[in-house]
Design a protein around this ligand. Structure first.
Ligand SMILES: [Zn+2]
Length: 445
C-alpha cells in the first residue's frame, strides 16, 4: 500500500470558514424565526436558538482547543484565567450561560469565544498583556460576543443564501493554511478553522460590552485602553502571529480611540479602579519564563507556513532546547518532520508529545500517521483509536483506522471503519479509496 499523505479536495467554491458554519447549521437543524437580543432588547432575525448555540459550542470548541494543542497543563494558570473570566461573566446580560475559560497551548496571538460561552486565550496573547485589567478587557470582549449573540447572528446571515450546503465532509478538508494540502491529513484543522468571523459593528459592540462588564467586575477601564493600544500597535507592525485574530476580530485605530474616549467620559468616575499588575505578573511568571521558546515557535510557525521546512525545524529545535517538554513544540516538530516525509523522526517527536500530554489528541494522531507510513499498522491503529476517543468528530481518524486495519489484512474491521467514514464524507480521495475497497471486497456494489 502507498503511504497515505495524499491531498484532499472536497470543498467546492466556499471558503473554509463559510463551509464550517454552514455545516454547523445543518447539524443544528433549521429553526428560523425572530428572537429578542439579550443586550439591546430589540427583535432580530435569528435561525439559531440558545440550545443550538450551546450544542454548536459543544461540538466545535473541543476541536478548536485541540487544534490549539489543548488547554495548558499548568493548572494554576488555567484556574487563574478561569477565575478572572467567571468574575466578569456574572456581571453580564446572560449570566446563566455555561461559561468556561482556559489558556490554550497555541503560541499565536488570539482569543476567541464559542456561542455557548466556551472561551479561550492563547499563551501568545497572555505574553502581550501587562496586567489583569487587560486580561479582563480581553475576556470581557469575548464575553460581549457571546452576550450579543454575534456568532448566531453571523450564522443566521450566512444561512439565508446557502441553506442547502452542509454536512460533516468539510472537516476532512480543513487544511492548515499555507502549509499545502499534504498537511491536511496531519490532523491540524488549521488555525482558526472553527472560529466565526465578526463584523466591524460586532467588534464595536463587543468592545463596549467588554468595558461595561469589566468595570462592573471592579477593574479599571484603562485595561481596555491598554489592550487596544497593544492590538493597535500589532495592527501596524502586522506580525504573522496575529493574522487569525485580526481576520476574525477586525482591528482599527477607531477601536483604540473609542476606548480612550470611554475612559474620559462614560467611565470617568471608574478611573483609578485597580489594574492588578503585580498579580498578573505573579500568575504568569512560569509562562513568561519560556517566552523565548514561545517566540521561537512563532517564528517556526511562520517558516512552516511559508514551507521553509529547514528554517522551521531550526526554530522548533531552538524552542525545544529552552523548553524540552513543550507539547506545542513537540507536536509542531513532529508535523514539520512528517510533512517532509521523515517518518521515523516524526514518530519520535509524536511519541514524546504523547508522553508529555497523554490526554490531548494530536500527539496520538500524529504518532498514528507516522506509524501508517512506517507500516506499523497495529500501533497506528491503537494511536488512532485513542485519538478518536479523546476527540471524536474528525472523520480522517476513522479513515486511518480503516487503513490500518487494511494494512493488517483485517478486511471486516477495515470495512467497518471505511463505512463509518463514508457516512460522514462522500467526496475526495479518502472516500474514493474507502468506497473502492468496499466494492472490491464485496461489501458494496
Ligand atoms: Zn471580537
Amino acid at each position: 500500500m502507498k503511504p497515505y499523505d495524499a491531498d484532499l479536495d472536497v470543498r467546492g467554491g466556499l471558503s473554509r470558514r463559510q463551509f464550517m458554519w454552514l455545516a454547523g447549521m445543518a447539524a443544528a437543524g433549521v429553526a428560523a424565526g425572530c428572537a429578542t437580543n439579550p443586550v439591546t432588547g430589540s427583535t432580530q432575525f435569528m435561525t439559531v436558538s440558545e440550545e443550538e448555540e450551546i450544542q454548536i459550542d459543544r461540538q466545535y470548541s473541543p476541536m478548536q482547543f485541540s487544534d490549539d494543542y489543548g488547554p495548558v497543563q499548568d493548572a494554576a494558570l488555567n484556574a487563574y484565567v478561569n477565575g478572572v473570566g467567571r468574575g466578569i461573566a456574572t456581571k453580564t446580560h446572560r449570566p446563566n450561560m455555561p461559561y468556561s475559560f482556559r489558556v490554550v497551548n497555541a503560541d499565536y496571538i488570539n482569543a476567541y469565544a464559542f456561542p455557548g460561552g466556551s472561551i479561550a486565550c492563547t499563551r501568545g496573547i497572555l505574553l502581550k498583556l501587562d496586567n489583569e485589567a487587560e486580561l479582563a478587557a480581553l475576556l470581557g470582549h469575548e464575553i460581549g460576543h457571546v452576550n450579543a449573540r454575534h456568532t448566531a447572528e453571523q450564522m443566521s446571515k450566512g444561512q439565508v443564501s446557502n441553506i442547502l450546503v452542509g454536512g460533516l465532509s468539510i472537516i476532512a478538508d480543513v487544511a492548515a493554511p499555507g502549509m499545502g494540502q499534504v498537511a491536511s491529513a496531519l490532523g491540524g484543522f488549521g488555525a482558526g478553522a472553527f472560529l466565526a468571523s465578526y463584523s466591524r459593528d460586532n467588534e464595536r459592540q463587543a468592545d463596549a460590552l467588554g468595558t461595561e462588564y469589566m468595570v462592573k467586575a471592579g477593574y479599571g477601564p484603562e485595561g481596555m485602553v491598554g489592550l487596544m493600544e497593544m492590538l493597535n500597535s500589532l495592527n501596524k507592525s502586522k506580525p504573522s502571529s496575529i493574522e487569525v485574530m485580526f481576520a476574525t476580530h477586525p482591528m482599527s485605530e477607531e477601536r483604540y480611540q473609542t476606548a480612550v474616549k470611554a475612559v474620559r467620559t462614560t467611565y470617568a468616575s471608574s478611573k483609578g479602579l485597580p489594574l492588578y499588575h503585580e498579580r498578573y505578573m505573579d500568575n504568569t511568571a512560569r509562562l513568561r519564563s519560556i517566552k523565548g521558546a514561545i517566540e521561537e515557535m512563532q517564528k517556526g510557525d511562520k517558516a512552516l507556513g511559508a514551507k521553509n521546512f529547514g528554517q522551521a525545524e531550526n526554530h522548533y529545535q531552538a524552542a525545544l532546547k529552552q523548553a524540552p517538554n513543550d507539547y506545542a513544540g513537540l507536536v509542531s516538530m513532529a508535523k514539520c518532520q512528517l510533512i517532509q516525509k521523515k517518518y521515523s523522526e516524526g514518530a519520535r517527536y509524536a511519541r514524546q508529545a504523547k508522553a508529555v500530554y497523554p490526554q490531548e489528541a494530536q500527539g496520538h494522531y500524529l504518532s498514528g500517521f507516522a506509524g501508517l507510513n512506517l507500516k506499523e499498522y497495529e500501533s497506528a491503529y491503537q494511536d488512532f483509536q485513542t485519538s478518536q476517543r479523546l476527540l471524536p468528530g474528525n472523520p480522517n481518524t476513522l479513515f486511518f483506522m480503516g487503513y490500518a486495519q487494511e494494512g493488517m489484512s483485517h478486511r471486516p474491521e477495515a470495512a467497518r471503519e471505511y463505512r463509518r467514514y463514508l457516512q460522514q464524507v462522500q467526496q475526495g480521495k479518502y472516500a474514493q479509496h474507502a468506497a473502492q475497497r468496499l466494492r472490491e471486497w464485496g461489501y458494496a456494489r
